[in-house]
Design a protein around this ligand. Structure first.
Ligand SMILES: *Cc1c(COP(=O)(O)O)cnc(C)c1O
Length: 486
């Protein structure tokens, strides 16, 4: 399996830079040298026989079977060992790893949030930590990860890299602007390779510092700076696995009676921000998984819903991004979207360059009607919801099924159910991806059901643990000095 850039490969190309690369080569890279994103040269296909075999697999076995198709330059035994060490009951709470919960006939929640930070990013990041460690060790390299968080996603990166050899994490967060829960989750980590830095300023200040430090090319090279951002291909690959798992879990009963057991289609509802999670679902469908609809759900920040409705992609300015009660979906642009558009334009890199040039100049682009036809044919439908919708959905699901969902999941369920109502038949299983545990978002839960969510046992313990963090001014120079001295 080789990887190409969404913007490169326009002949004549610079072979040293633009040649297709192996998985290990792109693992630690962010953008491709031409500014594009890496995608597989082609999507591997899964046959009916293979689907039948996969249906019987445990999660780690399934993960290995699927990831092997995308990763062929790490020795098989090593990959297997890393996958098995990642997807354990100890880390994800049960041998299912991703439990599927039935709400009623043909309505399911796929629980992606049993990992150490109670949100779906753990599924990919827990594996990423091991992949990074192994690849760095082989090349005798080191990496300093510099990131910024408003509180919801930084912890997943820290928990994936804690204790890993050759890796240090410097995570900036705004001082006194996180919830107790968020602060405890990050600041109680005692690992020597994790550095929590509370910045006297806002989240935007933190992001600006990361940008400024990265712009100092010399410093970046000298201190081997890197990131674990959502465009990392390995994260997408690891997320493909649970679409297969969710498919098998939701078709288990009916298909045992069917002659062709994988004929049945399933729809997935996915709360979306950077288009990483749902892109993995799209790729699963391209591989041959019988997916009917990919139901894309946004909150008030509806950049993507607008695209699927109109064919125009218009990222928002920072000042246009609303702070909502599903904060991990508050995005200005969808960083993984380019990978999907690459297919929409039939992988024409010239057209990609043209679109992204237009984006830079005019702040938006519109695709042609034939391109929009391919969008319509690719299985996506989209909707957006508001805070009022989220609260109403959390309450309704709680009252009807006695299941408490978080505000992000509620965005997905709101849009998912509205499509289910519209479709003539309810016989197609709808699987709603559950992306965080309600305990992380107590205020919204309280608003919906009149009381706070239960804290998971492991987290009650955090309350008494000492916190370990540094406080620094919102000044790039101070951060550079800190990294240099650490
Ligand atoms: C990151 C995140 C999302 C959005 O996922 P994308 O891959 O960015 O689309 C949704 N819900 C939660 C809880 C998240 O942390």
């Amino acid at each position: 399996m080789r990887y190409v850039s969404t913007r490169g490969m326009v002949e004549p190309f610079d072979f040293a830079h633009d040649r297709p690369k192996g998985f290990s080569e792109i693992l630690l890279e962010g953008l491709a040298p031409d500014g594009g994103l890496y995608v597989p040269e082609e999507y591997p296909q899964v046959s009916q026989d293979e689907l039948n075999r996969m249906r019987k697999m445990a999660y780690p076995e399934l993960a290995f079977a699927i990831l092997s198709k995308f990763i062929d330059d790490i020795p098989s035994a090593d990959l297997k060992r890393m996958v098995e060490a990642t997807y354990t009951e100890e880390t994800f709470g049960s041998t299912d790893i991703v439990p599927i919960k039935k709400l009623e006939a043909n309505l399911y929640l796929l629980d992606l949030c049993q990992g150490p930070t109670l949100a779906f990013k753990d599924i990919a990041l827990q594996l990423l930590g091991r992949l990074f460690e192994q690849t760095l060790a082989k090349e005798d390299r080191q990496l300093n990860i510099l990131g910024a968080t408003s509180g919801d996603t930084g912890s997943a990166a820290e928990y994936s890299m804690r204790g890993r050899r050759g890796i240090r994490v410097f995570m900036l967060s705004p001082l006194d602007r996180m919830s107790d829960f968020q602060r405890k989750q990050m600041y109680t980590l005692q690992d020597k390779n994790i550095f929590n830095i509370a910045i006297r300023g806002t989240f935007d200040d933190c992001q600006d510092i990361v940008k400024a430090v990265n712009e100092d090319a010399e410093f970046k090279k000298m201190y081997k700076l890197g990131a674990v951002n959502s465009i990392n291909w390995a994260r997408i690959a690891a997320q493909i696995v649970y679409y297969f798992w969710g498919y098998f879990g939701s078709t288990k009963l009916t298909t045992s009676r069917a002659t062709n057991s994988n004929e049945e289609q399933v729809s997935f509802a996915v709360p979306t921000g950077n288009f990483g999670n749902i892109l993995a679902g799209y790729i699963a469908k391209q591989m041959g998984l019988p997916v009917r609809h990919l139901i894309l759900a946004t909150n008030e920040n509806n950049v993507l819903e607008e695209f699927f409705r109109t064919g125009t992609y218009r990222p928002r300015k920072g000042s246009e991004v609303a702070a909502t009660s599903s904060p991990s979906m508050d995005i200005s642009k969808a960083s993984n979207f380019e990978r999907y558009i690459f297919d929409v334009v039939e992988r024409d890199p010239k057209r990609m360059t043209e679109l992204w040039q237009g984006l830079k100049e005019k702040g938006s682009f519109a695709i042609t009607s034939s391109e929009f036809g391919r969008v319509k044919a690719s299985g996506f439908v989209a909707g957006s919801s508001t805070h009022t919708d989220r609260v109403a959905t959390i309450r309704a699901i709680y009252e009807k099924y006695h299941v408490l969902i978080d505000p992000h999941t509620a965005d997905g369920v709101t849009t998912g159910l509205s499509y289910r109502e519209k479709s003539a038949s309810r016989r197609i299983p709808l699987v709603c991806l559950e992306t965080a545990q309600p305990a992380k978002f107590a205020a919204t839960i309280h608003e919906a059901i009149g009381r706070n969510p239960e804290l998971p046992n492991d987290f009650k313990k955090l309350t008494d643990l000492p916190e370990r963090f540094e406080v620094l001014d919102a000044n790039p120079q101070a951060i550079k000095e800190f990294i240099a001295a650490a």
